[in-house]
Write a protein that binds this ligand. Structure first.
Ligand code: BTN
Length: 248
């Protein structure tokens, strides 16, 4: 991954370029941008993409569609581990970036990054585009990203976007192989150590017969299909699909 790489100073969205050129560039190719003017987030949100952020997308293919919802967790984990690795490599204090389900990266309670996976089914395979936005060094909070890695840490300006990108592709390659060959269960322990939700009490919206109601639940973990599993006080189980669900 990332061995064929286009670095653009300004682009509509790295996600668009990788998706549109999917068949013309080798699988694993990446597009990085300094600035995006039509950046996209989850559920079609606009994604503010100012300078100082690491903004990139890359392609991959998957045959098993049942594994697709789990892919974003693999990418989140690869990024949190990559940030630690990049700090180590430079002799900097480790940054504990945590995962907020399903696709956000948090540092000290503030959103520092987000991940978006989109896919198209073609010729018996899923063509997937993984897009990541991480605020490395932009001091102005945006509606999407509240804080920069540099701001909340003593790493100052020594950690670059290139350091993190290179570390990310190394980690992602390692984790993706485990994910494809052994399944997400082999990464789960590390994932649960990194996410913010073990045993957390949250309020979710339950939709039933066209009505919706708030329900207080306790997070239990992920199902093998990548849904969030939670139980209420009567031990009734709830499974939340990662698309279109999140909580505060
Ligand atoms: C989210 O938190 O909603 C996910 C945001 C993903 C943003 C990245 S930035 C690089 C790539 N290009 C885009 O237009 N979006 C993703």
């Amino acid at each position: 991954f990332g061995r064929f790489l286009i670095w653009s100073p300004r682009i509509s969205s790295t996600q668009d370029l990788v998706s549109q050129k999917f068949c013309d560039i080798p699988i694993g190719s990446a597009c990085v941008a300094d600035v995006q003017f039509k950046g996209r987030g989850r559920v079609k949100n606009v994604w503010d993409s100012p300078v100082g952020c690491l903004l990139f997308s890359f392609s991959l293919q998957m045959e098993d569609g049942r594994k697709l919802p789990l892919l974003q967790y693999v990418a989140c984990l690869a990024m949190t581990e990559a940030i630690k690795e990049a700090c180590h490599a430079k002799g900097l204090p480790e940054l504990e970036v945590r995962i907020k389900w399903p696709n956000d990266l948090y540092l000290n309670g503030l959103k520092v990054g987000g991940i978006l996976c989109t896919s198209t089914y073609r010729s018996k395979k899923f063509d997937v585009c993984v897009g990541i936005g991480l605020n490395v060094d932009n001091e102005k909070p945006t509606t999407c990203l509240n804080v920069a890695l540099q701001e909340l840490s003593s790493v100052s300006h020594q950690l670059t976007r290139e350091d993190i990108l290179a570390a990310f592709f190394n980690k992602f390659e390692e984790f993706f192989e485990v994910f494809l060959n052994k399944g997400f269960q082999d990464l789960e322990e590390m994932y649960y150590r990194t996410w913010l939700h073990s045993g957390q009490k949250v309020v979710i919206e339950e939709k039933h017969d066209g009505q919706s109601a708030d329900v207080s639940v306790t997070v239990q973990g992920l199902t093998s299909s990548g849904y969030l599993l939670a139980t209420d006080e009567d031990n009734k189980s709830y499974e939340l699909h990662p698309d279109g669900n999140s909580f505060d």
